[in-house]
Design a protein around this ligand. Structure first.
Ligand code: ADP
Ligand code: MG
Length: 246
């Protein structure tokens, strides 16, 4: 489903990461962990075209991006990649002047030219899935953070992506609201959605991950099963990281 080869990204003098290689199968759930500043967000942003890598290649489904392509070919690849990936951010980023349902139906109508009736039908079924159909006519400011994040998940799903990318989806939430968001993510996992999740929720990670990747200092330092990563981390860096979370 996803193949990343020798990916590199710098901002000016700062090399965020280099030589990142990843392979994710359909239905797999990859949890990406690592200290703050290790490049997790930048990697996710490269995967959905929000940042442009300097080196390497990315294949997602039938879309391929390669640093050596022409600018026109890269643009076309990024457009395709965007429609295949759904992204959920730490800050929910809902459109404040639109109702919950409008937030969910806008992109399918604008980007996919879906007619309103169909977009509403899909939107309402997704709001049902995240438990918020009763809030469809509310504005985001009237919702709790957990509810806003569930709407953001429904909005990303409305584009019918083949893979969902989550960047610390519960980090901005009060502790009592993280559970409802994690529950929605677990439901997606059970339904077979392919996901890459950046999170500090280690109990959740252990439960849902098929694989854990530990990033530090611009490299993938460990890649293993959740059991092995949490019980027997192989590197001192990972041990230190896990001690600091405990
Ligand atoms: P993480 O998500 O693991 O905390 P990030 O990917 O956000 O890490 O950041 C990795 C590094 O790249 C940090 O040093 C950060 O300051 C830097 N960085 C991220 N985005 C930009 C940007 N747009 N311009 C310059 N530096 C950036
Ligand atoms: Mg980040």
């Amino acid at each position: 489903m996803i193949e990343v080869n020798n990916l590199g990204k710098s901002f000016g003098e700062l090399t965020v990461f280099s030589d990142i290689n990843l392979h994710i199968d359909s239905g797999e759930i990859l949890v990406l962990v690592g200290p703050s500043g290790s490049g997790k967000s930048t990697l996710l942003r490269c995967l959905n075209g929000l940042e442009v890598p300097d080196a390497g290649s990315i294949r997602i489904g039938d879309a391929s991006w390669d640093a050596s392509m022409s600018e026109a070919a890269k643009k076309a690849a990024v457009r395709r990649v965007r429609t295949l990936t759904g992204m959920v951010f730490q800050s929910f980023n809902l459109f404040p002047h639109m109702t919950v349902l409008e937030n969910v139906t806008m992109a399918p109508m604008m980007v996919k030219n879906m007619n309103k009736a169909e977009a509403v039908e899909i939107g309402e079924s997704l709001l049902t899935k995240v438990g918020l159909l009763n809030k469809k006519d509310e504005y985001p400011s009237r919702l709790s953070g957990g509810q806003q994040q569930r709407v953001a998940i429904a909005r990303a799903l409305a584009m019918q992506p083949q893979i969902m990318l989550f960047d610390e989806p519960t980090s901005a939430l009060d502790p009592e609201l993280t559970g409802e968001v994690l529950a929605v993510m677990k439901k997606l996992a059970r339904e077979g959605m392919t996901m890459i999740i950046v999170t500090h929720e280690m109990k959740f990670a252990r439960e849902v991950a098929n694989r854990v990747i530990f990033m530090s200092e611009g490299k993938i330092q460990e890649e293993s099963s959740p059991e092995r990563f949490f019980d027997q981390p192989q590197t001192e860096r990972a041990r230190k990281f896990l001690r600091q979370l405990a």
